[in-house]
Design a protein around this ligand. Structure first.
Ligand SMILES: [Zn+2]
Length: 258
């Protein structure tokens, strides 16, 4: 009897020790997981607000990289809608997801969409080609300087020449081409809108996720002269709504936030 009680006591002691060690390790694991999931969710929030502050309406201040103050549910988090215009600079450190195709560098999603659009256009007897897509800030600087040089004789000050140049060529850091989501089609031709290719794009581009970014009737809003050749990838769903409601990107972002 004495031996059995002793064995039982020993067994209970070992059992209690094993259980407490297990509980200790389990609580360590749970604490570890909680800390990590908290960190992940903080990082996600930071990423999303970086995009949403960049995509905020033109009336709000330029992206600062700080956490967005937009109320929950109103922030636009779709990276396809990244707004880069005269008062929305490309977010600092923004890394476009580029691939090299058709002799240009372009955003991966835009490239896949263009491939489909190009095939559909070709089967309708329409020939499309990309003359320019992604442009680095250095390249944009070069183009902007060339544009200023072209006007400098007609203007009394550099500031005036710059202001005029800006209507045709965006300042470095303020060009949509730096996102990789924009492309110029079939050369930069003012009469592109008289071609069958333009006609085809007017009817079908939205079904592949592209919109005419600087339309004639939106120059006051975009602050960019009408560019029949410049198309922007925004995703099919967005492009179709923009086309149907005749909204340029600035207006569409306002519309989404209301
Ligand atoms: Zn362009």
């Amino acid at each position: 009897m004495g031996n059995r009680r002793k064995r039982l006591k020993n067994f209970l002691f070992v059992f209690a020790a094993v259980v407490s060690i297990f509980v200790f390790f389990a609580s360590c694991v749970i604490t570890f997981l909680e800390v990590y999931s908290y960190r992940d969710s903080r990082e996600e929030t930071a990423n999303v607000s970086a995009v949403s502050s960049a995509a905020a309406s033109p009336s709000s201040s330029p992206p600062s990289g700080k956490v967005s103050s937009a109320a929950a549910g109103t922030a636009v988090t779709d990276e396809n809608l990244l707004l880069v215009n005269y008062d929305h600079k490309l977010p600092d450190g923004y890394q476009p997801d580029l691939i090299s195709v058709y002799g240009v560098q372009i955003n991966r999603r835009a490239a896949a969409a263009y491939e489909k659009m190009n095939a559909a256009a070709a089967s309708a007897g329409v020939s499309l080609w990309i003359s320019s897509a992604y442009r680095s800030s250095e390249k944009q600087e070069e183009l902007f300087q060339e544009e200023i040089d072209g006007y400098s004789k007609s203007y009394s000050s550099v500031g005036e020449a710059e202001a005029y140049a800006e209507k045709s060529v965006a300042r470095p850091g303020y060009s949509e081409h730096a996102t990789g989501l924009a492309m110029d089609l079939n050369g930069v031709r003012d009469d592109f809108d008289t071609t069958p290719a333009f006609q085809w794009l007017s009817e079908h581009a939205q079904d592949y996720g592209f919109v005419l970014r600087y339309p004639k009737d939106k120059q006051e809003i975009t602050k960019i002269k009408y560019e029949p050749w410049h198309y922007r990838y925004v995703g099919v769903e967005n492009a179709q709504v923009m086309k149907k409601k005749n909204l340029c990107l600035e207006e569409y972002l306002d519309f989404l936030q209301k």
